[in-house]
Ligand binder design. Sequence first.
Ligand code: SF4
Ligand code: SF4
Length: 460
Amino acid sequence: MPKKYHIDVKPNPLGFDRVSKFRLVREDVCINCGKCIKVCIYEVHKKREDDPRKMADPIHLECRNCFRCIQECPRGALVKCITDEFKNLGDSYWKPEMILSIWQQAEDGKVPVSGAGYRGPFTGPGFDSMWTDMSEIVRPTRDGIHGREYISTSVDIGRKLSHLVFDNEKKLQSQIPKTVDLPVPIIFDLTLYDTNEKSKIFIAKAAEKLNTLLILKADDINEELQKYANNVMPLISQSTIEENPALIKNSKVVEIEYSDELKNNFQEISSAIKKLSNAVLSIRIPASPEVENSVSELSKAGAECIHIVADYYGMERGESNPRFIKDVLAAVHQKLIENSIRDEITIIASGGIAMAEHVPKAIISGADVTAVDIPLLLALGYKLNQNPEIPIIPPNSMPALEEKGAQRIVNLIGAWHSQLLEVLGAMGMREVRRLRGDIGRAIFFENIDAETFGEIFKKK
Ligand code: SF4
Ligand code: SF4
């Protein structure tokens, strides 16, 4: 059995204040009996150090909202209320709960515990309109992250052959193209947002520890970042190939910006890169109407990997009626199947990947690999801004992170990896590769809605 991929998570506090969802108030009727200390396993309640006869203020950030202390307090002295800071966090897509959850996962690397149960709606826009198959969850001891059976989360980037050719002596004639193995279907992308130098280094270090890749603009890769060349995927344009021979030579995967001419001169561009290096070439293309046709043409021309990039809400860019990334991926996947070429090419998806569950959902929709951006920055203490031009702003006290920065990213991906294993275990699946495009593993609200009410509300 191959060695299990293990992510070494370690508790790693942010080092500066973060927002708490609830404020726990101890009212004057408290009789300092200490029962809340005994019932709270998260040590939110403590006695005062200067006067152990009295209760100290609750440590809000440690509270997991299980409500047990509130229920068990003999005097009804504990009250919870939602803080204004929490209400003002994030926006309609990057909801406050998501941001707090990302912070917590970066802090401890553990699968998040919501405690008080889920009280929200069971469907919504985007990835919330997909429900994944958990039919094997009734047998949780059989598998999952603590089980004995091996679940593989590894994927590869590159072109695969549709079949092998042997000569009369049964010797392999086919040339096997180079692929790059990743132990987890998650890479990092820092090309869209203005990030400071320290953040790039933290994330590059984390990519190295996790054995994954970080996409950076070629111009941003300075001497310090070149130390991580094995895990950095430079983003170049057709016109800058000649300016970056060393970067291309040292990289395992190179990403190139899409342009309409690329469909016509793909062979020429690909040869120019292959002359410098045997790196896999990924084409970065914005999610837009008809993207499936461009992907199809590029695949037929021999493309190895295509990275489809949606905006930070996961939507197609600049469209009045944009599709969400899951629908774009489904259209691309379907088009490639129609052209009998789906298994030969790698599809990377990015934009709107905000939670661990979005990774398997993007894969079910048709991606092989997901690229994550904003959650990495949130893990480092960045804040979402209400300005779409500058959607994310760095923390004031980045130096406080220093050596902790990379570990916070490792923790976040450790927690996402554990959740991916749980999802695969609950589906009874042993390999994430087999999940790609397997839409039978999910129920889509749109389909149920159409099946149930389509006939009734159909336009006459
Ligand atoms: S259980 Fe209630 S009364 Fe007792 S110390 Fe806690 S808050 Fe006070
Ligand atoms: S709600 Fe639960 S986690 Fe929070 S302080 Fe009370 S017992 Fe502890």
